[in-house]
Design a protein around this ligand. Structure first.
Ligand SMILES: [Zn+2]
Length: 423
């Protein structure tokens, strides 16, 4: 195919993106209006399946298998897999080109506390250039792009040489099990997670481990509280030890995260303790999240946590005899890095420059995302997507003006990566 024909194809696609921008916004809204918190992904995935199948892609929805728990880098969400499928769809190429996976996660975090929102979390309310809603930004914006672009390519009859594959996966926000499974089901020459990175390219992210610390006390009537052992107050030295661990871990650095403020974060995210104001609490549990650098074995991180808690318990007679119990749920997964010199990354950067006039800025993440599973199986992958804010917070918003430029960058990238064939 001549350069003229390639340029003409990209021009046609970009014109269509501008003309059909409202359709893209409506796909985001359709997704936001289908709440898809952990355990409730089915309705949103059914919409995704229908849209991709409606664009002529060979589309499959499948439930994850419990055997996934035997794989390294899997986690446990505690929610059975039945009825919460992953979706995978393939637009077969004409042959001879490179293949590409576009990945997005369908799950969103809880909007609680809903009272903190100005807008309905599931309303997809548009005010000016912003759309509000849980997931509007993270990352139904990306899933919508992954649906819109194949529809456009079909409608415009763009003859790609390589396969274009779309993955819509569950459990990105708690385990990564969806992407872990999808990355082993379909391989490609590159993958891109369309997380809303504000036009930056995320090329590295940390590993994340979730853990729980169960502290046992002794319940007693509060009229003689001194005769009981308060599990909530016994949690205090454990919490302080975990805070010291957080500070200590940030004294070490990693070349990729140099210059990032406080890259390692140990968050005590949930505390459950006690059940009655007039009862001394007999149990208290902390749910925590710790990040760590790529290359650090998960087993070493677990050992460090357990040692920290054990040492803290030695300073208290009750805790010494009744040691806190550490257990693991949710994320148990390593970080990953993709080389900025990868051909797919360079090509994406060229299209970012073409559309925006600026160099694509690399970004390193201090959370975890699904790009890792593709990198783990040798499919170079990073994140690139739209602009917004308040992810995992009240009044999450998407900048609707970022959708068309992002779609243009992605479309140009797809055309050049997968290649065009002569009709
Ligand atoms: Zn996300």
């Amino acid at each position: 195919m001549s350069m003229d024909a390639r340029d003409e194809t990209i021009r046609r696609i970009e014109t269509a993106i501008d003309e059909r921008r409202d359709e893209l916004i409506e796909i985001v809204a359709d997704l936001v209006r289908r709440p898809s918190e952990l355990g409730h992904e089915a309705a949103a995935q059914a919409f995704v399946h229908g849209h991709l199948a409606g664009s002529g892609l060979a589309t499959e929805s499948w439930d994850l298998d419990d055997a996934i728990h035997d794989l390294p880098e899997s986690g446990r969400s505690g929610v059975p897999f039945a009825g919460r499928p992953n979706v995978s769809a393939r637009r077969a190429g004409r042959g001879g080109g490179r293949s590409l996976i576009l990945n997005g996660h369908i799950d969103v975090v809880s909007p609680e506390p809903v009272a903190a929102w100005t807008h309905d979390p599931w309303g997809a309310t548009v005010v000016g250039d912003l759309m509000y809603g849980r997931g509007a930004f993270d990352m139904k914006s990306g899933v919508a792009l992954n649906l819109f672009l194949p529809r456009l390519l079909r409608d415009l009859d763009v003859p790609l040489a390589g396969d274009l594959i779309v993955h819509s996966v569950i459990e990105e926000e708690c385990t990564g099990n969806g992407a872990l499974t999808a990355s082993r089901r379909d391989r490609a020459d590159a993958a891109l997670v369309t997380e809303p990175e504000g036009g930056q390219f995320t090329h590295a992210h940390l590993g994340v481990l979730w853990f729980r610390v169960a502290i046992t006390g002794r319940s007693w009537h509060a009229m003689q509280a001194w005769r009981g052992v308060n599990a909530i107050t016994k949690a205090v030295p454990i919490i302080q030890a975990l805070e010291r661990l957080d500070a200590k871990l940030n004294e070490e650095s990693h070349p990729v995260w140099a210059g990032i403020e406080h890259p390692i974060n140990l968050n005590i995210g949930v505390i459950h303790g006690g059940d009655w104001p007039s009862t001394v609490p007999g149990a208290c549990e902390l749910h925590c999240r710790l990040s760590f650098y790529p290359g650090q074995p998960i087993g070493d991180v677990r050992a460090l946590i357990e040692r920290t808690i054990h040492e803290a318990a030695q300073g208290d007679a009750w805790l010494r005899d009744n040691p806190p119990v550490v257990s693991y749920d949710g994320f148990q997964t390593s970080g990953s890095v993709v080389d900025l010199e990868e051909p797919s990354v360079r090509l994406l950067g060229e299209h970012h420059r073409r559309v925006t006039g600026r160099a694509m800025r690399p970004r390193v993440g201090t959370a975890v995302n699904d790009m890792r599973y593709y990198n783990f199986v040798g499919v170079p992958s990073g994140c690139y997507g739209a602009t917004g804010g308040n992810g995992h917070a009240a009044d999450e918003w998407l900048d609707l003006t970022s959708l068309a430029p992002t779609a243009k960058v992605l479309a140009g990238f797809i055309v050049d990566w997968c290649g065009l064939v002569d009709e």
